[in-house]
Design a protein around this ligand. Structure first.
Ligand code: FES
Ligand code: FES
Length: 157
């Protein structure tokens, strides 16, 4: 039995210790916003926050998250940062097929939460470079992250 906090709710999961966190999230908790892409920590589609830092949930066993805090895209969207990102994503019309986007948003939220200065396009592209989008939405993502940072600084979200 693994106990953890997911999106501010305590949960107990009866899964084998080596079950990838991604499958626990999707199949046991029915939080299907987190996606499976490569399964080998290469694409970023499965990104969640573990104790506030992004991890690739396809490659983290549930045994490694016992007693820890996880935020998925569903939880992120209830936060101020998540709402600012969602509004910016919509304004720029960022998603194409959408498959990679929850992972992109988790990475973008981490970037914004840690940013100590106004992010340039190069800062954003560099920080997000490990997140693959087969539809090529990188330009829109860079625009949307910059817009969300502006909104958060202006205190509007
Ligand atoms: S599915 Fe986890 S990094 Fe690709
Ligand atoms: S929007 Fe299609 S893979 Fe990124």
């Amino acid at each position: 039995m693994t106990q953890m906090t997911v999106n501010n709710q305590k949960v107990s999961l009866d899964t084998p210790a080596d079950t990838p966190l991604l499958w626990a999230i999707r199949e046991k908790l029915n939080l299907t916003g987190t996606k499976f892409g490569c399964g080998i920590a290469q694409c970023g589609a499965c990104t969640v926050h573990l104790d506030g830092a992004p991890v690739r949930s396809c490659s983290v066993p549930v045994s490694a998250v016992s007693g820890r805090k996880i935020t998925t895209i569903e939880g992120l969207m209830k936060t101020r940062t998540g709402k600012a990102l969602e509004a910016a994503w919509n304004q720029v019309q960022t998603p194409q097929c959408g498959y990679c986007q929850s992972g992109q948003l988790m990475a973008a939220a981490d970037l914004l939460n840690k940013a100590k200065k106004t992010l340039s396009r190069e800062d954003i592209l560099s920080a997000m470079s490990g997140h693959i989008c087969r539809c090529g939405t990188y330009n829109q993502i860079a625009q949307a992250v910059a817009l969300a940072q502006k909104t958060l600084k202006g205190g509007q979200a």
